[in-house]
Design a protein around this ligand. Structure first.
Ligand code: FE2
Length: 180
């Protein structure tokens, strides 16, 4: 079941209704840097922008302006287990617990609506929605030894964190695959 050097997801491209609104969300709220703008003589009217979280990467994702967003269905609010087919949520991993907590504080200060805050067995997470209704999971990864003993159990594990504890984070992680 394990493959030491298997494939991984490299980047993501989203076609969006309003690229300025999405730029404000992914750039402003979440902290990505715009590192490129698509330029093409063949497609001179395309507005496509590239983003990254650190300079060691060429891009993490890109946004493309839909040419005729008025013909698109209205934004459906994010619903983790809803009926809409397509991308459910995009997980954005912050490089440390401290960076993640600082981001949660910004989210609270900027009054960004939060869908859900909770802890999985392999990440501690906060779910938002982007301007097109895609879920966005803001997370930090727990150390590998926490989940590697039983990744399947860790993936289904979830503890809800109520609003009044939004900025608190318990580091007494449940270790999976060990009797306790
Ligand atoms: Fe997720």
């Amino acid at each position: 079941m394990t493959s030491p050097q298997g494939p991984k997801i490299g980047h993501l491209v989203l076609t969006v209704r309003d690229i300025e609104a999405s730029h404000a969300f992914y750039g402003g709220v979440l902290g990505f840097e715009q590192c490129g703008q698509f330029k093409s003589e063949m497609f001179p009217d395309i507005d496509m922008r590239f983003y990254r979280g650190s300079a060691s990467r060429h891009h993490d994702f890109a946004l493309v302006q839909s040419p005729d967003p008025a013909t698109q269905p209205p934004v459906e609010p994010f619903d983790m287990f809803g009926n809409r087919v397509g991308v459910n949520h995009i997980a954005i991993s912050y490089p440390s617990r401290e960076a993640w907590l600082a981001k949660l504080e910004e989210i609270k200060d900027q009054q960004v609506p939060v869908y859900l805050r909770g802890n999985h067995g392999m990440t501690h997470s906060c779910y938002l929605q982007d301007p097109d209704g895609h879920g966005v999971e803001v997370l930090y990864d727990l150390p590998q030894h926490v989940w590697e003993g039983d990744v399947d159990a860790a993936l289904s594990h979830f503890e809800f964190v109520p609003d009044e504890h939004f900025l608190e984070d318990d580091t007494n992680y449940k270790i999976f695959g060990r009797q306790s």
